[in-house]
Design a protein around this ligand. Sequence first.
Ligand SMILES: Cc1cc2nc3c(=O)[nH]c(=O)nc-3n(C[C@H](O)[C@H](O)[C@H](O)COP(=O)(O)OP(=O)(O)OC[C@H]3O[C@@H](n4cnc5c(N)ncnc54)[C@H](O)[C@@H]3O)c2cc1C
Length: 414
Amino acid sequence: MIYDAAIIGAGPAGLLCARNAARRGLRVALIDSHENPGVKLAIAGGGKGNISNRILAENRYVGEDTGILRSALKSFSCDDALELMRELGLPWEERDFGQIFGLKSAAIMAERLAIQCDDAGVDFYLGSTAKSISLPDTGEAEVGPAFGRNGRREHFTLFAGQAKVTARQLVVAAGSPACPQLGANDQLLNLAASWGHKVVPFRPVLVPLVMPEHWPLAGLEGISLNVRIGLKSGSELRWPDPEGIRSLLFTHRGVSGPAVLVASCWWKPGMELVIDFLPELPILELLNEKESGKLIVRNLLARRLPARLADALCPEDLARRKVAELGKKDRLRLADIVHRFTVLPAGTEGMRRAEAAAGGIALASLSRRLESRHVPGLFFCGEITDITGLLGGYNIHWAFASGAMVAKGLKKGE
Ligand SMILES: Cc1cc2nc3c(=O)[nH]c(=O)nc-3n(C[C@H](O)[C@H](O)[C@H](O)COP(=O)(O)OP(=O)(O)OC[C@H]3O[C@@H](n4cnc5c(N)ncnc54)[C@H](O)[C@@H]3O)c2cc1C
């Protein structure tokens, strides 16, 4: 049996790709190391799955070259994701920031997608890590259907457990190493690099940041508030989050919460974090208000910020002074502390706590249909590509959109 396509990875990208290709009449093999398809999908969004977003745009993604998103998000829109939910018989709700969440367990979504694959005729190879993957024209010559008359390998081959799988096309939908406790790793990215593809090394994103042990805001764990986060590299400061304001949570080791998880998508070692603790209220205006004049500085801050944070932020020499007594220099100093609190993170909580990994197969190595420019018939989709979404359902959406895109580009054999 020669499959039209072998797909490595039964996450959202591989499942949708397999289902759609099989519905087009292609013979498809779907291989996954886990016994259950969609293991990461099942735990996404706290188990409900934040599967898409109303606001789909290129600036909700990071990657060296995200240009492909314009057409990909047009050909698989939020409405298409909602149509998929309808077809799977799954109710959903829209939350803040346009986030679409399932109302039932995301594990059911994975199960139902797998059932649709089965109904479309996909052959599953579950509980089998794809090994000894060979490309056409490589490997030892041997007699058999995978080899042409001249002894050259015409097809892709791999082993899924004891089974040899032979296919005209290969789709790598193997995800990223984020959450290695689920067995996630970067082996297929390394293999793709050895096949000549440009790869951007994976790094953990959507991940809490760790602060130096004795940073000025240590000991505030549990406090949460809305902030705006900027990133500073040398003298360049930018505020990259298109949503602007989101919540931050102080943790035992540093900071987390949506604002930080999103900032981690751009953060790299050596970059400073700049936090605006009062993003909607310029402190200079507050200091100038008539009724502020008689307050002491610490109490003015404590009216607008959690008290323990106000205590930690307020410089000792200003804390007990009346606002009316502050000169211009002190007012500017206070504004700087509140709106431009700057700290150099020690690092991230790493892949174990990351919801995604940025990096992957560089889009420069792929065509507009996500086919390899080096190996015809080889495709990549989902998180293994160098396209990573911000918080809000963008990663699962990309997995679906790119899986659907590859399914369209796969060719049916005679
Ligand atoms: C805790 C957590 C919560 C998340 N929540 C959300 C959310 O709410 N919304 C959102 O958009 N994103 C979320 N994400 C990210 C999202 O789950 C992933 O981006 C998405 O699952 C990627 O889909 P994928 O199909 O590309 O890869 P994956 O879902 O990672 O699937 C890849 C599959 O490939 C298999 N595989 C890898 N190598 C091999 C091999 N050699 N042989 C056989 N099989 C192999 C793996 O076993 C895996 O099942 C979350 C991630 C985590 C860790």
